[in-house]
Design a binder for this molecule. Structure first.
Ligand code: HEM
Length: 412
């Protein structure tokens, strides 16, 4: 049944309407608001593919930029003295590392390193659900009047302004030097002339960064914490990372793709602790009847389960067990190993959604998660902060880390 509704266009089944209900996106994230004419998400999907494919191999601009940003971000966020174990909350570190990297890809320099913009993005991320909830309590008639004055709405306007200002500076950049924001702006001018402004492009980017940081950041938080709980995995993962970098003479697409155990560890973490219990959320816009006769009236909220699917014995052996290398092994047995990677999509997992609105950032998320964790494993030792081995809430998860010297034969 999910296959039947996931292919419906937004005029029949809308994802934007779900987030509009949840976050009052008309005011807090206008770049994806259902009731506003916004730049199509397909422009962003194309831009993400363009950005990743600019060049490949050791000379990949995309990977070189990410590696440099990664170095910079780790030093900024985890600047600890050598030889000392230091304790950190996993979530703020993971969100900040992820924001820096996603910012690098979507808006580029100098904005992605601007401390004020980083802090504003972090505060905006927390403000959207709060403001969204507050606006939803207002009588509908007052929302257009008061909605723009809530914290998240004001932050959104400020962030869009920063992005538009930044886009102006690179207005004459050649395609290879463009930021993704500039690429989307050029695309809209070419494909939909006169329909959108730079603020509309900025709006799409602000909304995407909001969604991307919180999903990918929560996965990274869980991976950090999982490493503290399973120290026996660390050497194996680190050896794989070192070998892949040696084999491919640096960090590039090929070396990242060769880290199949690391990929599997991340995917298994996502399987047992999905980003949300459900996925493929849609609000039905026109009455719809499934082929089995079930009728959905206009306005119905539909979604597909994540948790039940991930714990189904028909799809996973011993589904309760955390088997870090489960997908690495499945990939080796399969003639389509890419299906078992983080961004691989089979009906056994829909963590990145499916159909018309499948996540356009899934490959980017997979790249960033592998890059950050690979770099982290090379540069840091990690262990539990205390003897409590239970799984507290994301906000309470902690880790203890110490600098280590990477092997001299591994060029990062
Ligand atoms: C682990 C990280 C991530 C997870 C788990 C995730 C998950 C999802 C899910 C479940 C959806 C809805 C799909 C559907 O309903 O069919 C979605 C949509 C979306 N995601 Fe992601 N996402 C992640 C990272 C990212 C990143 C890095 C970007 C940055 C480009 C991104 C941008 C988007 C956008 C723009 C949409 C809306 C798609 C549309 O409206 O058609 N996501 N994501």
């Amino acid at each position: 049944m999910v296959r039947e509704y996931q292919v419906l266009g937004p005029e029949y089944a809308s994802l934007d309407a779900v987030s509009e209900d949840l976050f009052q996106t008309m005011y807090t994230c206008p770049g994806v608001a259902d009731s506003l004419n916004h730049v199509p998400v397909s422009a962003l999907s194309k831009a993400v593919v363009w950005s990743r494919n600019r060049t490949s191999g050791k000379n990949s601009t995309y990977f070189q930029e990410l590696v440099k940003e990664q170095e910079f971000g780790m030093i900024a966020e985890l600047n600890i003295p050598p030889g000392v174990w230091c304790d950190f909350d996993c979530l703020p570190v993971a969100l900040a590392l992820m924001l820096r990297m996603i910012g690098r890809v979507l808006v580029g320099h100098p904005l992605c390193r601007d401390p004020d913009a980083i802090s504003l993005f972090m505060r905006y991320g927390s403000a959207v659900p709060v403001s969204g909830n507050q606006i939803s309590w207002l009588p509908r008639i007052l929302r257009p009047l008061l909605g723009p004055h809530f914290a998240a709405s004001r932050m959104q306007a400020e962030l869009s302004g920063l992005i538009v200002e930044d886009m102006k500076h690179g207005a004459d950049a050649k395609e290879d030097q463009m930021t993704l924001a500039q690429w989307v702006w050029e695309w809209t001018k070419r494909e939909t002339p006169g329909e959108y402004t730079p603020f509309d492009v900025a709006g799409l980017l602000v909304s995407s960064i909001f969604g991307a940081v919180h999903t990918a950041g929560s996965v990274l938080t869980k991976c950090f914490y999982e490493l503290t709980q399973r120290p026996e995995l660390i050497e194996d993962l680190r050896n794989e990372v070192e070998q892949a970098i040696r084999d491919h003479e640096g960090v590039c697409r090929e070396s990242i793709e060769a880290m199949t155990k690391l990929d599997s560890f991340i995917k298994e973490t996502m399987r047992l602790q999905p980003v949300g219990p459900a996925t493929v959320h849609r609000i039905i816009k026109k009455d719809f009847t499934f082929t089995n006769g079930l009728k959905l009236p206009k306005g119905t909220l539909v979604f597909a389960p994540n948790t039940q699917l991930h714990m189904d014995e028909r799809y996973y052996d011993n589904p309760e067990e955390f088997d870090a290398f489960r997908f690495h092994k499945l990939g080796k047995q399969s003639d389509k190993p890419s299906n078992y990677k983080i961004a691989g999509s089979t009906p056994r997992t829909r963590q990145f959604g499916d159909g018309k609105h499948a996540c356009p950032g899934k490959q980017l998320a997979a790249d960033l998660l592998r890059l950050i964790l690979a770099h982290f494993l090379l540069k840091f030792d990690i262990r539990k902060c205390d003897e409590d081995s239970s799984y507290p809430s994301l906000e309470q998860r902690r880790m203890s880390i110490k600098q280590r010297t990477p092997s001299p034969s591994v060029v990062v």
